[in-house]
Design a protein around this ligand. Structure first.
Ligand code: ADP
Length: 272
């Protein structure tokens, strides 16, 4: 499933003294099966942009196309788009509210009015994909660790079988180990399910070593959109935007480009 936006501009509180242009004439395309990092300093417009990808926000001007269909043209119901373009918000665990992990993950598919067998199949699959075991099914989400809660929230979106998965700051608030685990899990998910993944982050370090393409946002505009190696070449400009490229990330990318198999264990050793 591809997403294309054309000359998109979005303004908060238009025609009031608080007017704020959050997205300024942005055009880009995310192709089917890509693994993309959307990176920018806090306030650069990342969250606003991704909420256009599944129709949660409507552009002030410009168009959004999902599989070449303009999503605001009424040809396709937005409800369907929202199932196909799954959005995991920041701190998604704040939206866990059911009595058990199982029920929480089942919430989306149940709302889709699927057969019970299909719901059960999807729930078990999704919980497995995010690396949790059967022993968590009947646990209350509140008994789990921070990283586990986040996995449950991601599983809830996966259970709706999206074609595109967008994760807004999936590592926020996790310790370094939880951060690496979640990012490894997301990479695996992209490789194994082949779905399009958009990883939103303010940290080049987190995202740079995983994705195939980086889109850098600054003040509502796209500044760079390229493979990581090429984006990292703009080290000084990135630092001015508050986006440092750690040497380790740079090195790992260089090694990957040379055909080495680079895993996270390497980062740990090098950083120690
Ligand atoms: P990011 O996700 O990169 O941190 P956002 O998309 O949240 O950036 O914000 C982009 C800009 O829009 C910022 O200047 C922010 O203050 C402003 N903004 C975000 N949400 C709102 C809102 N609900 N009302 C007014 N301004 C907002």
């Amino acid at each position: 499933m591809s997403i294309k936006i054309d000359n998109l501009t979005y303004v908060y509180s238009q025609n009031t003294p608080f007017e704020k242009k959050a997205i300024d004439n942005v055009s880009l395309e995310i192709k089917d099966g890509e693994f993309v990092g959307l990176i920018g300093h806090t306030g650069s417009g990342k969250s606003t942009l991704i909420q256009h990808f599944n129709g949660l926000l409507k552009p002030a001007s410009g168009n959004v196309y999902v599989n070449n269909i303009d999503i605001h043209s009424k040809e396709k119901p937005l409800r369907e788009i929202r199932q196909k373009v799954g959005l995991v918000f920041q701190y998604p665990e704040h939206q866990l509210f059911e009595m058990s992990v199982y029920k929480d993950v089942a919430f989306g598919p149940t709302n889709m009015r699927l057969e019970q067998d299909e719901i059960d199949k999807r729930v078990k699959e999704a919980i497995g994909i995010v690396g949790l075991g059967e022993e968590t099914y009947e646990k209350s989400p509140f008994e789990l660790s921070g990283g586990q809660k986040r996995r449950v929230a991601i599983a809830g979106v996966l259970a709706m079988k999206p074609d595109v998965l967008i994760l807004d700051e999936p590592t926020a608030g996790l310790d370094p180990r939880g951060r690496d685990e979640i990012l490894d899990e997301i990479s695996k998910l992209h490789e194994e399910l082949g779905i399009t993944v958009i990883l939103v982050s303010h940290s080049m370090e987190d995202v740079g070593k995983y994705v195939e393409r980086i889109i850098v946002m600054d003040e509502g505009k796209v500044r760079y959109d390229d493979i990581p190696k090429k984006v990292f070449n703009h080290i000084e400009e990135l630092e001015k935007m508050g986006l440092g490229v750690p040497q380790v990330t740079y090195l790992m990318q260089e090694l990957k480009n040379k055909g080495f198999l680079v895993t996270n264990e390497v980062t740990t050793i090098q950083e120690a």
